[in-house]
Design a protein around this ligand. Structure first.
Ligand code: ARG
Length: 572
């Protein structure tokens, strides 16, 4: 489907070409949403920018463009504002037709990517034998949202949970497993027991060099393929994954692969050999390193790919992972949704990949931190990380108390279902409505409020649309024409057509918050429409047309929230 701004861009380009202005090569006109709806729906600053380049008067050029254009039925004659902005107001006729097109489009007006690409999204990626903590919210929810958005645009997406399942911590875990493991506690809550054992050994090893050495020996045995140690490692990974998977299931998040670090073990040596042969890695102080002498930002920061003791590290493992993703998974793009502190690591492996001559488009989709009310990284009273599962459970409990109070007549099952949708939705929305680089304060009251830019507010707008159809029962006819008369109808219709503009934009800079903001504005616009334009009390064509707007709002809210990973319910 062609979007309204695309149509405007086309007409604006034609108009510009009809003026005397000499258009420089590659110059493209731009259309954006109007800053102030009173002056129109869209605006363009292109005449201003071009006039500046051509040293002409911007308002005069804008006027020439407006006069030269054939705006037909697309928009009213554009108006010029301020220093040379051109404002466009879509005609009622075009808006009516376009809204109807969006209503009958299976993608709700979201254009499909052409060409579709194969995109690997690397997100969540916790380390095994440790619980996921509140910090994992960011990568997990942003990654899941990008996955949903890219798929909805028609891309081939492969989600890969690159879990940290290989590392020096296994020396201590294996040592502790053999000595201190409580099998019953393990069966009850595997990760908790593994953490307990790890902590105990860690404390001992700090105090006693002999224990430290024993742990190192266990690690070496694991790395050399010792069967007992390998079996313990495997069981640890399996048990951890079971627990992780149940959290993902609850959250409605799934991965195509769980190819953790251990998967690449056998590929690490060959990567370093190849780097050495090509002269890309060289020895420095006994370690093998890649130097980035031509890249100023990295000139002083080589990446170690083999340590002095012969061990490989995080960078080696990521280089091997890229090889696999490019050659076996045919990746065109790889997105890493990982916290900002790993920026240097990704700069290094991206630079190394380029030096190796691999052609794949990679992005570090970085994010900031979640803070407690003291503006510091959130911790429990004991100074531990706040566990993700505890946060999710608390959210659902709090939601449950609110639901019971608001709607005491719901059945038990309904109450549970709605509380889960609200609780989990609230935590997800609090994340996704923020710019990913902003550090934000985790606040229960804010995220669970039914007012303001929150999940409950949006879910409630959806519930309101469903309530209308419930009241009507079978008495629903959608008109095959949308008629726009009232201001509230116009504002809602134009907003609805902008869903298709918003969704692709998310991927420009990986910003789920653009969609959250859009949905919030849509819900507000719907509420105003609802106040201004009676539906049940209206009749005939007016009612049938308003029902189209109402049903379309319902679909866009549901689909939009689904792209954020948030489930709606019919009642609340
Ligand atoms: N497990 C890593 C961590 O917890 C994140 C892995 C991110 N993905 C990657 N391919 N490096 O920090």
């Amino acid at each position: 489907m062609t979007l309204l701004p695309q149509l405007l861009r086309k007409q604006l380009t034609l108009a510009l070409e009809k003026t005397d202005a000499e258009i420089p090569d590659g110059f493209q006109v731009a259309i954006s949403l109007a800053k102030d709806a009173r002056f129109g729906d869209y605006q363009s600053n292109s005449a201003m920018i071009l006039a500046k380049r051509l040293k002409q008067n911007p308002r005069e050029l804008a006027q020439a463009v407006v006069d030269a254009g054939e705006w037909d039925s697309l928009c009213e004659k554009p108006e010029i504002a301020g220093p040379g902005f051109i404002n466009f107001k879509i005609t009622t006729e075009t808006l009516q037709n376009h809204t109807l097109k969006v209503f009958s489009d299976g993608h709700l007006g979201v254009p499909q990517a052409d060409p579709a690409q194969t995109i690997i999204i690397d997100f969540s990626a916790p380390n095994v034998a440790k619980p996921m903590h509140i910090g994992h919210i960011r990568s997990t929810f942003i990654g899941d949202c990008l996955n949903r958005v890219a798929r909805s645009l028609g891309h081939e997406v492969i989600t890969d949970n690159h879990i940290g399942d290989w590392g020096t911590q296994f020396g201590m875990i294996i040592y502790g497993w053999k000595k201190y493991l409580n099998k019953e506690a393990l069966a009850e809550d595997a990760i908790r027991e593994l953490v307990r054992v790890y902590r105990q050994v860690n404390a001992e090893a700090k105090a006693d060099e002999a224990v430290m050495q024993a742990c190192r020996d266990e690690l070496v045995k694991l790395q050399q393929g010792n069967a007992d140690n390998h079996a313990i490692w495997q069981e640890t990974v399996d048990l951890s994954l079971n627990q992780l998977r149940s959290i993902y299931d609850w959250l409605g998040i799934s991965f195509d692969h769980y190819l953790g670090e251990s998967f690449y073990n056998d590929r690490l040596g060959p990567v370093v050999d190849e780097l050495t042969e090509k002269g890309l890695a060289e020895e420095s102080d006994g370690a093998m390193c890649i130097f980035f002498r031509d890249i100023p930002a990295l000139a002083e920061k080589p990446a170690i790919v083999r340590k002095r003791d012969g061990g490989f590290n995080y960078a080696t493992s990521d280089l091997a992972t890229i090889d696999y993703r490019v050659s076996e998974l045919n990746a065109d793009k790889i997105w890493y949704v990982v916290g900002a502190p790993q920026q240097l690591h990704f700069q290094q492996i991206f630079a190394a990949t380029k030096m190796r001559g691999k052609n794949v488009d990679m992005t570090h989709v970085a994010h900031g931190s979640i803070l407690g009310s003291d503006r510091k990284i959130m911790k429990t009273r004991d100074g531990d990380n706040v566990q993700l599962l505890d946060v999710l459970q608390a959210a659902v409990e709090r939601a449950s108390a609110i639901v019971k109070e608001k709607n005491p007549t719901l059945s038990k099952d309904e109450q549970k279902d709605i509380s889960e949708a609200i609780g989990l939705g609230a935590v997800k929305y609090a994340e996704l409505s923020q710019h990913r680089m902003t550090d934000y304060i985790f606040s229960w009251d804010k995220m669970l409020s039914f007012q303001g830019n929150t999940a409950p507010y949006l879910m409630n707008a959806y519930v309101r649309t469903r309530a209308i159809f419930r009241k009507l029962g079978d008495d629903v006819t959608f008109s095959d024409a949308v008629t726009i008369e009232a201001d509230g109808e116009r504002a809602l219709a134009i907003k609805l057509t902008q869903f298709g503009e918003t969704v692709p934009d998310i991927l420009n800079d990986f910003r789920p918050n653009l969609l959250a903001n859009y949905l919030f504005e849509l819900a507000q616009t719907f509420h105003s429409f609802y106040e201004e334009c009676p539906i049940l009390k209206s009749e005939g064509g007016t009612r049938a047309s308003r029902l189209v707007l109402c049903e379309l709002t319902s679909r866009v809210l549901k689909q939009g929230l689904d792209l954020l990973g948030i489930r709606v319910t019919d009642r609340m």
